[in-house]
Design a protein around this ligand. Structure first.
Ligand code: GLC
Length: 565
């Protein structure tokens, strides 16, 4: 029996930017509630909600100051419940973002912990006296600077993998584990259907606190990355990053911990855990750790060529242990917008359409990101005062300091590098502020002005051939063809760089998928099938069956069913 989360298509909502119900320029639960029918109509099955908890917003909500509550600007627990209930009533599911590695420095646990060396919660975080007035080792924070912050009051350092306002919890302390498991139970008791586990690999650090020997600091790494042109240079940057942080992620103990969490989840029927990691070892034996981990390697390219997709699938699928389930995505709140990342500047929408077809027909649960369905592009922020992601500000500062960049160039680079570009408000209509919030109200992040050029929901709903309708259509094709959900993946025509052809084979149906990932006409020879495959979806409106020589148009997509098998 397939589980709901194996059949589902997930849709990530970034709550601050989705829908503003009370007109204050910030998304909220009443806004989301008003879009329940929209989500249902689009045809997604489950929502992953980015953090909705109270937060000082040092890291846009990934710095939580209270795990069992709702950020006041988003509403109340009652509003949360109304949203959850509204989803459930429509047959949809909800998973929450569970941030395990760190809390906000404003969380009462940390406030207590830092209050004195003998506070009972001192050991809930990672404190160290340092040596000779220096931090205990040379580790960096992945967001810049040392990973150790000196606390003048108690004269010790605490560890933070992310910003200093995000102190790492000490997961070796069993009280911490119990406290977070109780947080999970709190939401599971309310009826949520599972969790996306934030930055799961960063939970443990090397217990010996060994120095890293990468021989490069983060400034120099940034310069190297900025100057990298060829793939080998990019690979070198990634290797150096790994070397710098090798003692700070994916350390022993993780798998025991994931098994413990799985036990907690198993106290509730039919819940799901998906990890923000691409490391397949987090599947455990296939049924004792995470249900899914993201296939991030699929998205680490500027072009989803046939070759790229096949190589990715062959490297991953076979290595997922029996019982584990694949999970694919092409965008989230940390990455660039799909339209901007994969577009070539000429055929952007055609490319996005092929990419979506690939995402929805490959084996595994797809995750979409809000705004993708109308082709939202990277927002360009020109004024650093408008940046909300501290990583944008960091790039801005580094560009000026390390490259002597003039302010406007630094801002443009920071806008491209930071994560605000993907988090700009959802564009609901061709109206002031894209219909996200009322005219005259300043949204928390500037709205991308391309809502005036058709990148908005209302305009696209009214046009049957819009990207929105393409999303809706393909989502229903996926639902109606069980092989696309449960079928095994079998690649075909494996020598072709551009034409992706594969079968999905299940006990009830076989499907054949053909995607031309390039901008040229191509002729391919369809292999012989006893009964010619019948078209269930064609991006060009083809009908009937296919066989023999097939002339494919640029970026054409065909999904077929092999009848009479
Ligand atoms: C995850 C989140 C990211 C956040 C980081 C620290 O990677 O996706 O947005 O900044 O964790 O919590």
């Amino acid at each position: 029996m397939m589980k709901w989360w194996q059949k589902a298509v997930f849709y990530q909502i970034y709550p601050r930017s989705f829908s503003d119900g009370n007109g204050d320029g910030i998304g909220d639960f009443q806004g989301m509630i008003s879009k329940l029918d929209y989500l249902d109509d689009l045809g997604v099955d489950a929502i992953w909600l980015s953090p909705h908890y109270p937060s000082p917003l040092r890291d846009c909500g990934y710095d939580i100051s209270d795990y069992c509550s709702v950020a006041p600007e988003y509403g109340t627990l009652d509003d949360f419940y109304e949203f959850l209930d509204g989803l459930h009533k429509r047959g949809m599911y909800l998973i929450l973002d569970l941030v395990l590695n760190h809390t906000s420095d404003q969380h009462p646990w940390f406030i207590e912990s830092r209050s004195s060396r003998d506070n009972p919660k001192r050991d809930w975080y990672i404190w160290h006296a340092g040596e000779n007035g220096m931090p205990p080792n040379n580790w960096f924070s992945t967001f810049g600077g040392s990973a150790w912050e000196f606390d003048p009051q108690t004269k010790e350092y605490y560890y933070h993998f992310f910003f200093k306002e995000q102190p790492d919890l000490n997961w070796r302390n069993s009280q911490v584990r119990e406290a977070i498991w109780d947080v999970a139970r709190f939401w599971l008791d309310l009826g949520v259907d599972g969790f996306r586990l934030d930055a799961v690999g960063t939970i443990y650090e090397d217990s010996l606190l060994s120095d890293q020997h990468a021989g490069i600091n983060l400034d120099d790494l940034y310069v190297l990355e900025r100057n990298s042109k060829i793939p080998q240079e990019h690979t070198r940057v990634v290797e150096l990053w790994e070397e710098i942080f090798k003692y700070q992620h994916d350390q022993p103990g993780m798998h025991e911990l994931m098994r413990e969490l799985r036990e907690v989840i198993n106290e509730y029927p039919d819940r799901v855990l998906v990890g923000e990691t691409d490391d397949l070892s987090y599947y455990g034996n296939g049924s004792d750790e995470l249900h899914m981990v993201f296939n991030f390697p699929l998205m680490r390219t500027r072009r989803l060529s046939a070759d790229w997709v096949r190589t990715n699938q062959s490297e991953r699928l076979e290595r997922i242990p029996k019982g584990g389930w694949a999970c694919n995505t092409l965008g989230n709140h940390d990455s660039a917008r799909m339209m901007s990342e994969y577009g070539d500047g000429i055929h952007d929408e055609c490319i996005v359409r092929v990419n979506l077809a690939i995402l929805l027909t490959l084996k595994g649960t797809p995750f979409l990101f809000n705004g993708e369905e109308i082709g939202m592009t990277n927002a360009v922020l020109t004024n650093p005062d408008e940046f909300r992601d501290p990583l944008s500000l960091r790039t801005y500062e580094m560009e000026m300091r390390l490259f002597n960049c003039p302010g406007d160039e630094a801002a443009s680079c920071a806008s491209g590098n930071g994560r605000d570009k993907t988090r700009s408000p959802m564009q609901w209509k061709n109206a002031p502020n894209g219909g996200f919030c009322p005219q005259g109200i300043k949204p928390w992040l500037p709205v991308n002005q391309d809502y005036q050029q058709g990148v908005n929901v209302e305009t696209q709903l009214a046009n049957d051939s819009s990207l929105w309708h393409y999303y809706k259509n393909l989502l229903s094709i996926r639902r109606e063809n069980p092989a696309l959900v449960e079928g095994e993946y079998q690649p075909m025509m494996e020598d072709d760089q551009d034409i992706l052809v594969f079968r999905r084979i299940s006990t009830v149906q076989n499907c054949l998928v053909i995607c031309n990932t390039c901008s040229e006409n191509r002729i391919i020879k369809i292999p012989h099938f006893k009964h010619p495959p019948r078209i269930v979806y064609s991006s060009l409106g083809r009908e009937g069956t296919i066989g023999g020589d097939l002339r494919l148009k640029p970026f054409e997509v065909l999904i077929m069913e092999e009848v009479n098998i």
